[in-house]
Design a protein around this ligand. Structure first.
Ligand code: AKG
Ligand code: FE2
Length: 224
């Protein structure tokens, strides 16, 4: 499932992030890519010791925690602290697949879900689409500032060359409580229907039965 979620960051949070990044120093992004992705990764990102990295990550963490759609779609067990990337003119990230296993703090995590959170508006740059190769073929995504795309880490994807302007984005990976993407989608759909039924009719018998099925499938599939 590929899901676009709007207004994950508020205009105030976007302003704060933009101010923090204005004078920040960025370094070559190759340092955090796997050996094959490194060959095609041409961007820059905030270094680990950047004085603003903690604040930017904290704003993003808060936004992800409160976003119900993200929580429902990804069911995060671990979220890798996001990389804050900047693509200037001529920069791109060629076709690659994300590492299946990553080190997060002191532990290893599996990447199930990848996401890009767009930090500046689409008219601030030409090109720079995230292109995901899914069963329908290649699909380009270029979202408004503050919106995010959540997609399976198993896909091949790339970032088109930025031909003008600057693209700012946060990217990260999630190990999901629900490993299987189809099971995750079934739970997402059931949860969506359950909530809409509740909004329309309140806590009916049908709502209770759907909630029971949702909880029992979650119990069956969850990896704690
Ligand atoms: O910037 C993006 O939209 C995606 C970057 C990416 O694919 C990666 O860092 O692995
Ligand atoms: Fe990637």
């Amino acid at each position: 499932m590929i899901l676009c979620i709007g207004e994950v960051l508020s205009p105030d949070e976007l302003d704060d992030i933009s101010n923090l990044l204005t004078d920040a120093e960025f370094i070559d992004g190759k340092t955090t890519a796997g050996w094959h992705a490194r060959l095609v990764k041409h961007n820059t990102q905030l270094p680990k010791d950047s004085p603003v990295l903690g604040q930017v990550r904290s704003l993003i963490h808060t936004a992800l925690q409160r976003n119900r759609l993200f929580q429902m779609a990804a069911r995060p067990k671990h979220i890798q602290p996001p990389l804050i990337s900047r693509y200037g003119t001529g920069m791109a990230y060629g076709a690659h697949t994300d590492d299946a296993v990553m080190r997060s703090a002191q532990q290893l995590m599996r990447s199930d879900v990848s996401f890009t959170l767009f930090l500046n508006p689409p008219d601030a740059y030409q090109g720079g689409e995230l292109v995901i190769d899914d069963s329908q073929g290649e699909q380009p995504y270029k979202l408004p500032a503050g919106a995010m795309i959540v997609y399976p880490s198993s896909t091949l994807h790339r970032v088109e060359t930025v031909t003008e302007g600057t693209r700012l984005a946060a990217v990260s990976w999630v190990q999901s409580l629900i490993r299987d993407p189809q099971e995750r989608e079934i739970l997402f759909d059931l949860d969506t229907v359950r909530q809409s039924l509740f909004e329309q009719r309140g806590k009916t018998k049908e709502f209770d039965l759907l909630s029971k099925t949702h909880a029992n499938l979650l119990r069956k599939w969850v990896e704690c």
